[in-house]
Design a protein around this ligand. Structure first.
Ligand code: F6R
Length: 607
């Protein structure tokens, strides 16, 4: 989704903003812009396309004396990607400009009212109403927070916005409602941004802004105000432990590859401080205040949903806790019968996904307890849930989620084990063995990664002609098949579907022909022979089969991809990594934009 950065300091703002926007590129965008106040003039620079187009415009007009300004990467919702629709949007008299992330739901009504008052619009965006509304309020009072407050009272929807004004050179104002915004506190410079990497090279001291707070920053000061009462608020500063390195490619060609290769470390980091191998105990103080759940309602989207689906069996088998997994956009409009003692578990890497956040809020409104499983520290879901378990994976920059799922699976496994032990379903030695297995996984995975990548490369080349394919699995591997299909389609644009292998003959098999490959996940378990029989049905119809399997077992496939034997459920991490690498290598081979696939955004903060 759109990225925002605002800067007030001592450096050339254009450079800081440009660099910040580049670090927000991963969020997905189709145009970019910035507004700077220089020599009492409002400079607006906007361009369709990539940030380099904006850079070209900046190079032509030398705006390097400005030391404050705002920048934006836009992911189009209302109005095509174009220069006119790119942010910042000025007010009618060009005295202020603002950037906006989110959706103004009542923009049509507001536009009609403004038109009746003689205003005209230069763009097709919903965001432009915000600049006119605030500009209009400023005709009555020259206090910007007051004007923002009055204007925002008319607005319905979600927003994070940042604003500069001719009447406040050297300052930036910002506010949020259901869209992330973080204040970064530097030495003689301050920042606002929709995500921490935007200002990470300059500071790791941050304040997480809550909904309906307005912030005013200059180079030396900041104020946070309640958006409605306009009273000053005391906010807690938080030190971020990520370093710049963790938000850079570190020699890898793509963030996605770096993040896949980091997975052994991600498992270790997620376990770190949470596991006592000798006693088989899990240490999760985050759960101390929550009773053992009677039933779980897991709510998530996309890859996070697949992680939840993968963990369902663990909750049921290890902890005896029935678990229902719901896609958040369905959960929020389809209220469940949630009873006393049930727990809602909201899984979200970003902690900002609008549907998951809405599901969480809805559950809380019904008086339910909600546990968040998030990666991003201080994110909305992390703050609004009754408890949060952080996945500790470090920043995930690639739009296609990889290491976040690996860390979610690790954390979910620890949760299931923790509740299994607490509820008396798992004994000491069961827990010890399982934790030992998990502890050995990073080394095994690390050793396998180079060979897996090589195999993924070969297979991607061989099957690069595919236009459509299946990912088949049975039982607990089905969520991984769904994830394999999602990864392939989102970054290589090859159509792919995940199916439970037994369901094939009920319709999908009609698609199979020699140009329709099937990727099968064939672990060494009780369902293997059933799966092989399903694959026979595919082969009989001329469909090529790639079989991902532990070594030394009977199979019948066009291509066999052997991964090492490893006990269940830890082997799921090996299957996952192979599928991620296959999708990655396919996208690279086909020359796609791996880290920023078309039409996608990293953090989906709109419904
Ligand atoms: C796929 C992907 C998305 C996200 C989904 C939820 O690679 O990244 O499917 O998993 O948008 O995002 P979070 O986990 O941030 O709630």
């Amino acid at each position: 989704m759109c990225g925002i950065i605002g800067y007030a300091g001592h450096r050339p703002a254009a450079t800081v903003i440009l660099e910040g926007l580049k670090r927000l590129e991963y969020r997905g965008y189709d145009s970019a812009g910035m507004a700077l106040i220089q020599n009492k003039e409002l400079n607006l620079l906007r361009a369709k396309g990539k940030i380099r187009e904006l850079e070209d415009k900046i190079a032509q007009c030398d705006p390097y004396h400005a030391t404050s300004g705002i920048g934006h990467t836009r992911w189009a919702t209302h109005g095509l990607p174009s220069e006119e629709n790119a942010h910042p949007h000025p007010d009618y008299e060009q005295k202020l400009a603002l950037v906006h992330n989110g959706i103004i739901e009542n923009h049509s009504l507001l536009k009609r009212d403004l038109r009746e008052q003689g205003y005209s619009f230069r763009s097709d965006t919903d965001s432009e109403v915000l600049s006119h509304l605030i500009g209009l309020e400023l005709e009555h009072c020259w206090d910007i927070p007051r004007a923002m407050s009055a204007a925002l009272q008319k607005v319905e929807g979600s927003y994070a916005l940042a604003l500069v004004s001719l009447n406040g050179e050297g300052q930036v104002w910002a506010t949020r409602h259901s869209s992330p915004l973080i204040l970064g506190l530097g030495q003689g410079e301050n920042f606002v941004a929709s995500d921490i990497p935007a200002f990470l090279p300059y500071t790791r001291e941050v304040i997480f802004l809550e909904d309906n707070e307005i912030v005013q920053v200059s180079s030396s000061k900041y104020r946070v105000l309640d958006a409605w009462s306009l009273k000053d608020l005391d906010k807690e500063k938080v030190h971020i432990s990520w370093d710049v390195q963790s938000a850079q490619k570190s020699g890898y060609r793509h963030f996605m590859l770096k993040e896949i290769m980091e997975q052994p470390r991600v498992i270790q980091d997620c376990m770190s401080g949470r596991v006592d191998l000798a006693s088989g105990q899990t240490v999760l103080p985050e759960l101390d205040h929550l009773p053992l759940p009677r039933r779980l309602h897991v709510v998530a989207c996309g890859t996070s949903y697949h992680a939840g689906l993968w963990a369902r069996n663990l909750f049921q088998e290890w902890a005896g806790i029935p678990a229902e997994i719901e896609i958040a956009s369905e959960f929020r409009y389809n209220p469940r019968i949630i009873q006393d003692g049930d727990l809602v578990l909201a899984i979200s890497q970003s902690g900002e996904t609008a549907d998951t956040l809405a599901g969480l809020r809805q559950a809380k409104q019904q008086g339910q307890q909600v546990l968040g499983l998030c990666n991003v520290l201080g994110s909305s879901i992390a703050r609004e849930a009754d408890g949060v378990v952080y996945t500790q994976a470090g920043p995930e920059i690639s739009v296609a989620s990889t290491k976040a799922m690996c860390s979610q699976m690790t954390a979910l496994l620890l949760l299931a084990l923790h509740w299994g032990r607490k509820g008396g379903k798992l004994g000491d030695s069961d827990c010890r063995d399982l934790l030992q297995g998990l502890n050995e996984l990073p080394e095994l995975l690390d050793a396998e990664l180079p060979g897996m990548r090589e195999k993924a490369q070969k297979l991607a080349r061989k099957y690069s002609w595919s236009r459509s394919c299946f990912f088949l699995a049975r039982g607990t591997y089905f969520p991984l098949a769904l994830e394999g299909a999602l990864k392939l389609k989102e970054i290589s644009y090859i159509h792919a579907e995940g199916y439970t292998a037994g369901e094939m003959k009920h319709g999908p098999i009609a698609l199979v022909d020699p140009e329709f490959p099937t990727f099968a996940l064939a672990p060494d378990n009780g369902l293997r022979n059933k799966l092989l029989a399903n694959l026979q049905e595919v082969r009989t119809r001329g469909g090529p089969v790639i079989c991902l399997t532990p070594p030394g077992l009977e199979q019948d496939a066009n291509d066999v991809w052997e991964i090492p034997s490893c006990p269940e459920p830890m082997n799921g991490f090996l299957f996952l990594t192979a599928l991620q690498l296959f999708a990655y290598e396919m996208a690279v081979y086909l020359g796609k934009d791996v880290d920023q696939p078309r039409n996608l955004a990293k953090s989906v903060t709109v419904e």
